[in-house]
Design a protein around this ligand. Structure first.
Ligand code: ADP
Ligand code: ZN
Length: 517
């Protein structure tokens, strides 16, 4: 079977071989197993369902939420001599009906539909007459509340598979590999988690780094100067931030352009084109920019503020270096950004989304505080467990000596336990630094033996230490009504002196006074 697949790959698409993971996923599907295929954007997921669609008899249904991309996909298939079509809300009722007639007559190898179609009984009825060997669920993370783009209509997919006269194989495809999302996909689509193929998240030409405690504007200016001839993207959190940065960069004489959802279509397209055509080198944008753009020579992606989670971060950072040449991905971190992101999450109308979003934000903050390899941190997050240190990132190349901070860690951990493991990070830092904060006094936390244990450190230093310990999983975070911290088993080992804690960014003891006016 795989040999047939190989021939089809060559004949229809002109590629000589499968990429890592493609053959594995295709084999799994052709063996009749429901399968999850996780590959980064650009990894080559389309081939994974298009080839089986050609091998298997009948019409493969492809479910995709990206209506704007369906037409392109179908046009490309037709160019490659593969009969395909799509049905979505962009068609008139007449067009949709005529395509459906053709589909029922077996005219297509692939039929793309938007998930909303599944809400129509008439549509499901029409499918009953068709031979459907395979349902490919693109952007399968939309099934999960933990994904970044939950779509309720995705929950109807398993019902469709059940209602067809002959049970189709289900193939879920996504670039989101977080364990929780994968669990949801497998549960909803009845896929054995063993049939999961994850590959290709490493980007060996990208160097990641996190910059902390510096004047961001000064850093940015230096950075762009050093890369003046190169194309790069600066991501900022809000439209207002984009406008401010853009105006400032213009004033500083840089060849900048901008993009955000508050601009009209015409301006946005023009600015985007200027960047794509290399007329402007620096694109300042919100995360609205980048979906579906194809510019291979982006040499850096710099996040001026903390991204909201690892998925968005890796997707945005991953726009650098598509051509395979060395490129840089930088996050400028300031702890105030965490408050901003938390506020934005709290504002969200969907109460059920709050806890998952806060947890994802915490993983992003962990990225900014970890001292392990940043590429490995990302790969672990996405479920690739066997990542080796990359040797290129800011942490791998950090030559500072590590220091034993076990004593400091023990102070923090025992304080958390004394506080009953029911308070947040800020309160813990207040108690450790001996703050006279109203809440501290009200809850009588100043009576604890750990009160003021770190009074010679600044609140920021203690906060950073707590974030570091969270990134090491020595402190856990529980996202209830508000986030509280606790000491998991791994942290208890530190308290018991069974394991030591090492850190490069050691807390310098400085005489500071937190509560001075
Ligand atoms: P994804 O859906 O994972 O984002 P695509 O399926 O759009 O990725 O594929 C990304 C690019 O990789 C496309 O240009 C595609 O033609 C190319 N590609 C996919 N598989 C192969 C292969 N086996 N050999 C060479 N190029 C490939
Ligand atoms: Zn590294």
């Amino acid at each position: 079977m795989l040999q047939k697949a190989q021939e089809l790959l060559q004949n229809h698409f002109g590629y000589t071989s499968f990429r890592r993971g493609q053959d594995q996923a295709i084999t799994s599907v052709l063996e009749g197993k429901n399968t999850v295929c996780v590959m980064p954007t650009g990894g080559g997921k389309s081939i994974v369902y298009q080839i089986p669609a050609l091998v298997l008899p009948g019409t493969t249904i492809v479910i995709s939420p990206l209506i704007s991309l369906m037409k392109d996909q179908v046009d490309t298939l037709i160019q490659h001599g593969i009969p395909a079509t799509y049905i979505n809300s962009s068609l008139t009722a007449g067009e949709a009906a005529s395509r459906m007639d053709d589909a029922r007559n077996g005219k297509y190898k692939l039929l793309y539909i938007a998930p909303e179609r599944l809400g129509s009984w008439e549509f499901i009825d029409d499918l009953q007459d068709m031979e459907i060997p395979l349902i490919a669920v693109d952007e399968a993370h939309c099934i999960s509340q933990w994904g970044h783009d939950f779509r309720p209509s995705y929950l109807q997919i398993s019902g469709l598979a059940d209602r067809l006269p002959r049970k189709p194989i289900v193939l879920a495809l996504t670039a989101t590999a977080t364990p929780k999302v994968r669990e949801d996909i497998c549960a909803s689509l009845k896929i054995n988690p063993k049939n999961t193929v994850i590959t290709g998240f490493e980007r060996s030409n990208l160097s990641f780094s996190v910059v902390k405690g510096q004047d961001r504007q000064a850093y940015l200016k230096d950075f762009i100067k050093k890369n003046e001839k190169e194309a790069g993207i600066i991501y900022a959190a809000t439209r207002k931030n984009v406008d401010q940065l853009y105006e400032w960069l213009q004033k500083e004489g840089f060849n900048a352009t901008r993009y955000h959802a508050g601009m009209n279509d015409e301006d946005r397209n023009r600015e985007q084109e200027r960047f794509l055509q290399d007329e402007a080198t620096v694109m300042v944008a919100t995360s609205a920019f980048g979906m579906g753009i194809d510019k291979s020579n982006i040499r850096y992606v710099l996040h001026f503020q903390l991204p909201k989670n690892m998925e968005s971060y890796y997707q945005e950072a991953g726009r650098a270096g598509r051509d395979g040449l060395d490129s840089e991905c930088v996050v400028l971190y300031s702890s105030q950004d965490v408050q901003v992101q938390r506020f934005l999450i709290d504002q969200s109308a969907d109460r059920e989304r709050i806890a998952p979003e806060l947890e994802k934000l915490q993983q992003m903050v962990g990225y900014c505080h970890t001292e392990e390899c940043l590429q490995s941190y990302i790969l672990h997050y996405f479920g690739e467990s066997d990542a080796e240190p990359c040797g290129r990132c800011g942490n791998c190349t950090d030559s500072r000596e590590t220091e034993d901070v076990t004593k400091d860690a023990q102070m923090v951990l025992s304080c958390i336990i004394r506080m009953g493991q029911k308070y947040g990070k800020a309160m813990t830092a207040n108690v450790l630094t001996g703050s006279r904060n109203k809440k501290v006094l009200e809850f009588r936390l100043d009576k604890l033996p750990t009160y003021g244990l770190m009074k010679n450190r600044s609140t920021k230093q203690v906060n950073d230490l707590i974030e570091f310990l969270i990134s090491q999983e020595l402190i856990g975070v529980e996202h209830g009504t508000y986030p509280t911290i606790y000491v998991p088993e791994k942290g208890k080992d530190v308290l018991l002196g069974k394991t030591k804690v090492f850190r490069k960014e050691a807390v310098r003891v400085k005489q500071v006074s937190n509560d001075d006016p």
